[in-house]
Each structure stands twice: as structure tokens, then as C-alpha cells.
Design a binder for this molecule. Structure first.
Ligand code: ACM
Ligand code: ZN
Length: 513
């Protein structure tokens, strides 16, 4: 049907009937108990579509939109739903509030874009929908550039519309520490600002480097985080904090140089890339520091899983450091890779004693993986394959398919980006389960997420330009209903879907041609 609404992500099963339900101004939302919060959200969504906020009632005689939680509904899980539109009204059923919320997202996409002008026909249909993957995410790097709270709130809303459920915040790195830690006030005072930033690429040549002369500053207070966590929970999004270790730590070391191997003062970095200054693995004060940071982080973020980075930790300083070498001897470790693995295991024990589990970039495989750790596979899919084969859970984030900081078209016609090339089509054609895994191993693939590293995205508008519409394609991949053989069908739906992004003021990249 050519006039059917463009649904993104596409539901698992849709059957259209012949006819339309007309949304009237006096439509009521029928909900009770735990469904009431979802009803409030729907009322808000319809208020902007219709220009009038529907009533919410416990029972409604007239045609209504009913939201029901029924734990005996089978085959859809807690994020799935069944949605029926008929002449009697609209009915959404799920086993849990998350599924109702996703049914509401689909319903809002069924409402015509020009509903406020009187076009209110919703096609009769039956939709049976549930995600293939429980992990559907985006990662936003707020270290390289601080991103304001209202932008994160907006991003969470736009993510929810695409049925994403995880926003991974890369909170710390060499160029900025963005989380208030009350017991370590220097992190916000000093670590959250750098005085200027390298212009362009060209890190290496000190003689020709140029800087922009503009400070970048900002951090999230506890109040900010609580507000974002609460908002995300209402949108069924988990905020996943990443506290990076043992590398990418220079902003912290600028505050507390005693935590590095050399103890030499350093600055919050003005350069990009991989830095040699890392936390000293032989100094117990480092663990006291990190445990203090993590204790405050856990108190703020309810996420069951905590990201500890683990990527790109050069071993130069550890090789030359007497304390690190002593640790290697004391713990009977073979080398610096095993020292890194020892470091991560120690942190994993700390988290598990507090009822949380650990996720890290795929370097945490080197030197032996901590038991129970989840791997985020970014240097391709190999790390994820090895982890799944050894019984570990995996989030697929391979750079060639999910790095939304890569160019989306010919660099000659695009704003400066980090490099690489990842057109919309390649995102849409990605499939998170590698062909070489057995069905049993595939169960460890939790899902996928898109990466927004922000070295070359100084503003929210620029982040939106890089994220959308590629994240629309990834949303369908993560929901598990993409069809790599029907990219044109996706594009046709996307063309209509873009007006929804426009209505939300998202600065997406226009489609080619
Ligand atoms: C990464 O891109 N260094 C995880
Ligand atoms: Zn050391």
C-alpha cells in the first residue's frame, strides 16, 4: 500500500485492513495502574499532533485508545506489543510498560503528519512487534566537547522515537572530565576545561600545529545527572556511564598527577589521539581514586552495567615504571598486557561486589577476560566473535558499520570528520550477528549501537548532522527488522520519516539526489 504510514523501525509484522479510524477531538485514553505514565506520554504526543490534549480515563464508553498491561500476552517479551486499529478504536497491549511505550511510538508514527490540519485517518491494522535485540544504543562522547543537558534530553527523546533503549555517555577522556565527583572536586574544577583545541588533523608535527584559542568547559552536576536519568527512565532509555581506564585518562591526571607513573604535571589535553600518560597500575592510590569515582557514579546511575573503557592504553609508561613492574612481579603476571587484564579484573570485582557488571571495549580481551564481563566490539567484529565463543555477552559496535563519526559521503563535500567512510546504505546493510557464530553463540550478541565520537563535532547541531539519518537506519538494524535486500524500501520510508525529524528540529543530513 503506497499510502501506508512510514514506520521506522519497521515492525516485525503488520497487516493493514481496509478502512480508517478517524481520531476525533474527544478521543479518550483508557489506562490504569502502571499504564498511566505511558498514557500521559501518549496524551502529550497526541496534543502536539492534534493540537488538543486527550482526556485520560479509567474506563471509556466512547471509542478510545486503550493501553493494557497483560503479563500473559506471549511471544512479545517486555519490549514487544500488539497494536490493533479498528472501527472500535485503538488498543495497545504489552506485558510491561516498555512494550506499551513502543506501541505508543508506533501509534504516533501512524498519526498523519498533518493531523493538526484535520487529516486524522489512521489505517485499520494489526501489528505484532518485538525487538530482536535487547541492546539498541547510541554512544555520545561528551568528553571531547561538552554537550549541554537540554541537548541530551532532546537526543533521548529522538532516540526513544526510534525505539533505542541505551544512551552510552563517554564521560571522561584525555580532553575533558565531565562528571562532578564530590569527594574529588578538582575533577570538575580543573578536569572539565581545556584552554583550547587543535585545529584540523595534524597532531604529530609540533612545529605546524595550530590551536583555536577557545576554551571548552562543562561538566554534569549531580543535579544534572539525576534530571537526565529520570527523564531517560520515562523514555525507557538506560543511561550507561563510561569512566575510562586505564588509558584516556589525562584530564584526571591533570588534576591528580600523583596517579600517573611519572607523577609529572600535565594539562587537560588540547590534542586528539592516543596519549601515553595513563593511570599507574602499581599505585594503590589509583584504585582508591577510581573506587571513589565509581561509588559516586553508581549512586547516580542505576544502570546494571557500567562501562570502564579499557581501549587504547599504551604500555610505554608501565614498562618504565618501577611500581608497575613491582606489581607485575607481585601478581606473577607475564607482561603489561596481563597487568591491564589484572587492572580490569580488580575493578570488575569492585563492581560485582556492588551488584553491577562490567562492560569494556574489546581490548579488555587482551591478557585474559574478566569473568562475567561484556565486550563492546569496536575494532571490527573479531573481538565480539572471540568473546561470544568464550561465553561472554557482546555489544557489536564495529567501526566499519557503526562509527557515526566517519564521513557519510565524499569528504570533499562534507564538513571535516575524523576519517573513514560510512554511507547511510552501509549502516542499513549491517547485521549484528556474524555468520560464523552458532545459534548458541549468537545468543551472546546483545545488540548494537552507533558511536558519536565528537573530536570533529563541537556543537549539538553537528552531532545531529552526523547522527541522522544514519541512526534511523541503525535503529531498524537494532530492532532486527532491517532488510539489506530492500534498501530502496527503507529509503522510501525514510523520506517520509524525515519530516518527523524536521518537526523535532533535528539537523539531519539531507539525502543525496
Ligand atoms: C575507540 O574507538 N577507541 C573505542
Ligand atoms: Zn606505574
Amino acid at each position: 500500500m503506497s499510502n501506508t504510514p512510514a514506520l521506522i523501525p519497521r515492525p516485525r509484522k503488520v497487516t493493514y485492513g481496509g478502512g480508517f479510524f478517524l481520531l476525533s477531538n474527544d478521543i479518550a485514553i483508557n489506562a490504569a495502574g502502571r499504564a498511566l505514565a505511558e498514557a500521559e506520554y501518549l496524551a502529550g504526543g497526541l496534543a502536539s499532533a492534534l493540537g488538543q490534549r486527550p482526556q485520560i480515563s479509567v474506563s471509556a464508553a466512547r471509542p478510545s485508545i486503550s493501553l493494557t498491561i497483560d503479563e500473559s500476552e506471549d511471544g512479545i517479551g517486555r519490549e514487544g506489543y500488539r497494536l490493533a486499529v479498528s472501527q472500535d478504536g485503538i488498543r495497545i497491549v504489552s506485558t510491561a510498560t516498555a512494550g506499551l511505550f513502543y506501541g505508543i511510538q508506533t501509534l504516533l508514527q501512524l498519526v498523519p503528519g498533518d493531523a493538526a490540519n484535520g487529516s486524522r485517518a489512521i489505517p485499520f491494522c494489526e501489528i505484532d512487534d518485538a525487538p530482536q535485540f535487547p541492546w539498541r544504543g547510541l554512544m555520545l562522547d561528551v568528553s571531547r566537547y561538552y554537550m549541554p543537558v537540554p541537548f541530551l534530553i532532546k537526543l533521548i527523546d529522538v532516540m526513544a522515537m526510534h525505539k533505542f533503549n541505551t544512551l552510552h555517555l563517554h564521560l571522561t577522556d584525555d580532553q575533558g572530565w565531565r562528571l562532578e565527583i564530590a569527594a574529588l572536586p578538582e575533577l570538575a574544577r580543573t578536569g572539565a576545561s581545556r584552554r583550547e583545541t587543535l585545529i584540523g588533523h595534524g597532531n604529530q608535527d609540533a612545529a605546524t600545529r595550530r590551536f583555536d584559542g577557545k576554551p571548552d568547559s562543562g561538566y554534569y552536576s549531580k543535579h544534572d545527572v539525576r534530571a537526565m536519568v529520570a527523564h531517560a527512565a520515562r523514555r525507557h532509555v538506560t543511561l550507561l556511564p563510561e569512566i575510562e581506564m586505564p588509558g584516556h585518562a589525562q584530564a584526571a591526571l591533570a588534576c591528580y598527577p600523583n596517579l600517573s607513573c611519572t607523577g609529572e604535571p600535565c594539562e587537560v589535553s588540547r590534542l586528539w589521539g592516543v596519549h601515553k600518560e595513563v593511570y599507574c597500575a602499581g599505585n594503590d592510590e589509583v584504585f582508591t581514586f577510581l573506587e571513589t569515582v565509581l561509588d559516586e557514579t553508581l549512586a547516580l546511575f542505576p544502570s546494571a552495567i557500567i562501562h570502564i573503557g579499557g581501549d587504547e592504553c599504551p604500555k610505554d609508561r608501565w614498562k618504565a615504571c618501577p611500581k608497575c613492574q613491582q606489581r607485575i612481579r607481585d601478581e606473577k603476571l607475564a607482561d603489561e598486557h596481563e597487568l591491564q587484564s589484572w587492572f580490569i579484573r580488580r575493578i570488575q570485582r569492585f563492581l560485582s561486589e556492588r551488584g553491577r557488571s562490567l562492560i569494556g571495549w574489546d581490548e579488555i580481551l587482551e591478557g585474559g577476560l574478566a569473568p562475567g564481563a561484556t565486550v563492546m566490539s569496536w575494532r571490527g567484529e573479531e573481538g565480539g566473535i572471540a568473546a561470544a565463543r568464550s561465553g561472554h555477552d557482546v555489544v557489536m559496535a564495529p567501526n566499519k558499520s557503526t562509527y557515526l563519526d566517519y564521513y557519510q559521503a565524499d569528504p570533499a563535500s562534507e564538513p571535516l570528520a575524523i576519517g573513514g567512510l560510512l554511507p547511510l546504505r552501509n549502516v542499513y546493510e549491517y547485521h549484528p550477528i556474524p555468520a560464523e557464530l552458532t545459534p548458541a553463540e549468537s545468543k551472546h550478541i546483545l545488540g548494537t549501537q552507533g558511536q558519536l565520537w565528537t573530536e570533529y563535532m563541537p556543537t549539538p547541531e553537528h552531532v545531529e548532522y552526523m547522527a541522522f539519518p544514519r541512526a534511523c537506519a541503525l535503529a531498524e538494524v537494532a530492532w532486527g527488522t532491517s532488510d539489506a535486500g530492500d534498501y530502496d524500501g527503507f529509503l522510501a520510508r525514510l523520506k517520509m520519516h524525515l519530516s518527523r525529524l524536521s518537526a523535532l528540529g533535528v539537523n539531519y543530513r539531507r539525502l543525496d539526489g
